[in-house]
Design a protein around this ligand. Structure first.
Ligand SMILES: Cc1cc2nc3c(=O)[nH]c(=O)nc-3n(C[C@H](O)[C@H](O)[C@H](O)COP(=O)(O)OP(=O)(O)OC[C@H]3O[C@@H](n4cnc5c(N)ncnc54)[C@H](O)[C@@H]3O)c2cc1C
Length: 395
């Protein structure tokens, strides 16, 4: 007898198409009114966009994928991906402010105890607490099981020591889903790992903000824990040893989100290049009429479209409650490479002006490469895709 799939708390959601369209139109109006006029100034100064964050709270973005019973919008992955695509086609970096926050919230909604959900999710949905995900350490990124942070239980609390690095929202966020070892000698290693809700208090310090190539205005920094005392009821799910699964269990959705950012960057680069190619003239005609530029635009349109379709395909599978690690991996891999390729081709179409900070295209070029690294590198994606494909096609 076939068994029904086990759904994550945020799977199986649907939305009325008119409601979705109304929400996307509200995002478009916000982009026109508030984001587009200030993006360059903020990006160049690497300035935290405080006013935009307040407006994102009003739009409900900090609760976009949190269930309605906790005050969130409870959006399906498909709608959320479309929102991220639209925003990223103008400024990808600001999606990181609510995206890693929502990954933390998803870990609590899927794996938390009823008390943890009731305590944390309404505040996260309202943007009263803004958070992020603290997995990576100086010696461990791809190989998460190599982390060295240790949380030792002592009565009704844990004492945690360790360092996290490259953490998005480190300075402006107030709580993080933090992965640590509760049994450093466990074999296999993943069985000794636990995920905690780590809020800022004594013993929790932040390092200095990293200077980055792109992904400006969102803060990335180290988190340093020295004899940080954490109440035992902040262990997500209340049972030790589940952390690796809890941290990586959200990766399908995380990959769909990064794919959506890649789509936005690929489509935004295409939009800018299309406008420029019709305005710039050489040899007595717009460069869009030269075959060399037409070949580029033809490839860019196709890549952007394919990236969008792969991403929506993965998001729809996720919303249906299907296992979609291969689909999410393909979307993340293809869309992030499309972002890099389209931004580079747009740079070539802009010629010398692409190198000027007076034009937007250089930001797309700087921002796009991160999509190939975050949420599982593209090297790892291809390995995951291959393994899944072979598993689904036994000889
Ligand atoms: C701007 C920015 C923001 C970030 N935000 C966060 C955040 O909010 N929270 C967080 O926890 N982390 C964050 N990260 C960290 C990010 O997730 C890691 O950088 C990423 O997982 C890669 O890890 P690494 O840098 O240690 O590279 P490594 O793991 O050292 O990999 C180096 C290279 O080796 C390859 N490689 C490694 N292992 C294998 C293997 N088994 N097979 C094949 N190839 C392999 C990789 O693909 C890569 O090409 C952020 C990083 C950046 C740059």
């Amino acid at each position: 007898m076939a068994t029904a799939p086990v759904l994550m708390a945020d799977q199986g959601r649907t939305i009325d198409p008119h409601e979705e369209e109304a929400f996307l139109e509200a995002i478009d109006r916000w982009l026109e009114r508030s984001v587009i006029p200030v993006v360059m100034e903020h990006d160049h100064a690497d300035k935290w966009p405080a006013k935009l964050v307040d407006e994102m709270v009003e739009l409900g973005l900090f609760g976009a994928t949190i269930g309605q019973e906790y005050g969130g919008l409870g959006l399906p992955a498909t709608t959320y991906a479309k929102i991220v695509m639209r925003i990223s086609s103008y400024w990808m970096a600001i999606t990181g402010i609510f995206n890693s926050h929502l990954i933390m919230a998803a870990a609590i909604e899927r794996f938390g105890t009823p008390e943890q959900k009731a305590k944390w999710l309404p505040k996260l949905a309202a943007g009263e607490i803004r958070g992020g995900l603290a997995l990576t350490e100086p010696n461990a990124g791809t190989d998460l099981q190599a982390i060295r942070s240790v949380a030792r239980k002592n009565g009704d609390h844990y004492v945690l020591n360790g360092t996290k690095t490259w953490i998005s929202n480190a300075l402006n966020g107030s709580a993080f889903a933090l992965l640590a070892k509760t049994d450093p000698d466990a074999n296999p290693r993943y069985k000794g790992m636990s995920l905690f809700i780590a809020d800022k208090r004594d013993g929790f310090a932040t390092g200095k903000k990293f200077e980055k190539l792109g992904y400006k205005s969102i803060d990335s920094a180290e988190l340093i824990f020295e004899d940080y005392v954490l109440p035992a009821d902040q262990l997500i799910g209340g049972v030790e040893g589940q952390g690796f699964f809890q941290a990586t269990g959200g990766l399908e959705l995380g990959r769909i989100n990064v794919a959506a950012r890649g789509v936005g960057l690929a489509e935004g680069s295409l939009r800018l290049a299309t406008e420029y190619a019709q305005q710039r003239e050489t040899m007595g005609k717009p460069i869009s009429e030269h075959q060399a530029i037409q070949l580029k635009i033809g490839e860019m349109v196709t890549r952007a479209r394919a990236a969008r379709l792969l991403t929506l395909d993965a998001a729809e599978a996720y919303d249906r409650g299907e296992r979609c690690d291969m689909e999410a991996g393909m979307a993340k891999y293809f869309a992030s490479e499309a972002a890099v390729a389209n931004s580079q081709e747009a740079m070539r179409i802009y010629g010398g002006y692409s190198y000027s900070k007076e034009y937007d295209i250089e930001r797309f070029y700087r921002d796009s490469m991160l999509m190939c690294i975050g949420e599982g590198t593209n090297e790892m994606q291809r390995i995951i895709i291959s393994k899944q494909w072979v598993k689904r096609n036994p000889a």
